[in-house]
Design a protein around this ligand. Structure first.
Ligand SMILES: Nc1nc2c(ncn2[C@@H]2O[C@H](COP(=O)(O)OP(=O)(O)OP(=O)(O)O)[C@@H](O)[C@H]2O)c(=O)[nH]1
Ligand SMILES: [K+]
Ligand SMILES: [Mg+2]
Length: 419
């Protein structure tokens, strides 16, 4: 249990009925309720401000975590003047005391949620300031540009050639734009690491999509029967591949639906296929028609699977992965290919990854302001300056430098209580 705030030390003194322990050193104490009754014996730590997580006076109680002990602790602390924290309140106080910026706070939230190695690495880098460094670096460069534009407006030098400003500011603005564009054009890598790389299985009824899903999942996630049109709802399976989260969706077989339920299933299948990061088209290896139909539905980079190879004589070459979902033949090669694709699209690059839609929106706002700024440098320096200021503001909303109350509420409400 953690306490933070100016009264934290007083409350600890009441709980231990005596002097505070030495700062930042664990000390074993009896903890007492207001009536003097001992409710636990615990290690306690005292972190005087500002060297604490929140930047305020902080206390940690390492309690024996049973429900009765926790209840006793809460009521003893409340009697001594403490109140329960809101979700994310500790991190929010740390943010308000400049212990971390908004991207680092988001990194902390992601680290708590991380389920795969790839997610953990990305969250840890972000929590340690990778995005903050990048965005703050851009902001500083931009403020220098802004200063030179404003200098030009305030003290126009008659002797200067008319386009001196556009020459001086053009290059740094263009350089910044190039970095911003590179950051944006990463195929939504960071957002995929956070939310999962999505794969849709599509194909004709009875091609064996659900059987293949079950094979890849290693469990009977979807119903398999020999009746075409078995799957209607989308069945999702979450897996870890190459250290990244992957969501595989099994979908309804594509055909002229026989009833309204199946029609809705087909609509959902097509919608899921459209929004997936990767489509795997599954055809019965015996059906030329299914193969042709899939070729019209798959995009560059998608995978084609010819299933039920146990039912056809062995063939060399030809398009696609020849597998048998029933016997497992050929599945390893298919899995290896999927892993390679996931690794290639989600694996680490030099620039830290933009990990949330919030970041993308703000970076895009900075980008379009800078494009306008560059266009106006030559003819309208006042307007160019205003655009540069808008771009600075967009970057500042990313790190939480400017007041963005609604963004703060949203970010910190995602934490659990006590974090
Ligand atoms: N012999 C053989 N049969 C298979 C194979 N894969 C699937 N089947 C059979 O084909 C039938 C249809 O399999 P499903 O996995 O339900 O096919 P589906 O594409 O999900 O079908 P819908 O959900 O109806 O669109 C079942 O009877 C499976 O047992 C395979 O590799 N070999
Ligand atoms: K079926
Ligand atoms: Mg199915």
């Amino acid at each position: 249990m953690r306490l933070s705030g100016p009264q934290a030390g007083d409350i600890l003194a009441q709980l231990v009925r005596g002097a505070l322990p030495a700062p930042r050193q664990a000390s074993l104490r009896l903890l007492r309720a207001p009536d003097g009754e001992v409710f636990d014996q615990a290690l306690v730590l005292w972190f005087p401000a500002p060297a604490s997580f929140t930047g305020e006076d902080c206390v940690e109680l390492h309690l024996h975590g049973g429900a009765a002990v926790i209840d006793g602790a809460i009521s003893a602390i409340e009697d001594a003047g403490g109140i329960l924290a809101q979700a994310g309140e500790f991190t929010r106080r740390a943010f308000e005391n400049d212990k971390l910026d908004l991207t680092e706070a988001e990194g902390l939230a992601d680290l708590i949620e991380a389920e795969t190695e790839g997610q953990r690495k990305q969250a840890l880098a972000q929590m340690s300031g990778s995005l903050k460094l990048l965005y703050e670096g851009w902001r500083e460069a931009l403020i220098a540009v802004l200063a030179s534009i404003e200098g030009e407006i305030d003290f126009p030098d008659e002797a200067d050639v008319p386009d001196a400003l556009s020459h001086r500011a053009y290059e740094p603005v263009s350089g910044l734009l190039a970095s911003i564009e590179e950051h944006l054009a990463d195929g939504r890598r960071g957002e995929r690491v956070r939310n999962g790389f999505s794969i849709a299985l599509i194909g004709a009824p009875n091609a064996g999509k659900s059987s293949l899903l079950n094979r890849l999942a290693g469990r009977e996630a979807a119903i398999v029967t020999d009746i075409p049109g078995t799957t209607r709802d989308i069945v999702e399976v979450r897996l870890t591949m190459a250290g990244f989260p992957v969501v595989i969706s099994d979908t309804a077989g594509l055909r002229e639906a026989v009833d309204a339920i199946e029609a809705e299933g087909v609509r959902r299948a097509l919608d899921r296929a459209e929004h997936a990061d990767l489509r795997i088209g599954v055809a019965d290896a015996r059906s030329e028609a299914e193969l042709l139909d899939l070729k019209g539905r798959l995009l560059d980079g998608d995978l084609l699977v010819l299933n039920k190879r146990d039912l056809v004589p062995d063939q060399e070459g030809g398009a696609g992965y020849r597998v048998s979902a029933s016997t497992g033949a050929g599945i390893e090669a298919l899995e290896a290919r999927i892993e390679a694709i996931v690794r290639e699209r989600l694996g680490a690059r030099e620039l830290p990854a933009l990990s949330r839609a919030r970041h993308r929106r703000a970076v895009e706002a900075a980008q379009s302001a800078l494009v306008r700024c560059r266009e106006r440098l030559a003819d309208a320096p006042e307007l160019a300056g205003e655009d540069a200021r808008l771009a600075v503001r967009a970057l500042e909303s990313l790190t939480g430098r400017v007041d963005v109350e609604d963004i703060l509420d949203r970010v910190f409400s995602q934490f659990c209580i006590g974090k």
